[in-house]
Design a protein around this ligand. Structure first.
Ligand SMILES: Nc1ncnc2c1ncn2[C@@H]1O[C@H](COP(=O)(O)OP(=O)(O)OP(=O)(O)O)[C@@H](O)[C@H]1O
Ligand SMILES: [Mg+2]
Length: 102
């Protein structure tokens, strides 16, 4: 049996990670040999999980990196709301606030 707290963390993380993975897939749209790689590392001592999503798409310009976590910041025209990353960031911060590491 899984506890309600675990299910809530799982749902939140699923939403946030899905947002990031969808961005990686979108970024590779025009690539012939598109590649999205997801690495999960469990850091037992720190009770942390590192999830790295990498793609070989267009990349993000240095000057845009600060902006991409702002609401409505999107380069996808009508296909993107520009809410994916700010919402993902908020989800992760809230989850961490509600379930601090013990
Ligand atoms: N992996 C990536 N490669 C290149 N650019 C990215 C990547 N991830 C995010 N971006 C840039 O950051 C912008 C904001 O991403 P965000 O997820 O917040 O919104 P979106 O993907 O445009 O819209 P939505 O999430 O609603 O579909 C994207 O429009 C894109 O320009
Ligand atoms: Mg997105």
């Amino acid at each position: 049996m899984t506890c309600r707290c675990f299910n809530s963390i799982r749902t939140c993380c699923h939403r946030a990670i899905l947002n990031v993975v969808t961005n990686a897939i979108d970024a590779c749209e025009k690539r012939e040999a598109a590649r999205v790689e997801i690495t999960v590392e469990w850091v037992a001592g720190d009770r942390l999980v590192h999830i790295v999503v990498a793609d070989n798409g267009e990349g993000i310009a240095e000057e845009d990196i600060q902006r991409i976590f702002s609401v409505f910041e999107s380069k996808k025209g009508s296909r993107g709301t520009g809410l994916g990353l700010p919402v993902s960031q908020k989800i992760m911060r809230e989850t961490r606030r509600r379930h601090p590491r013990r």
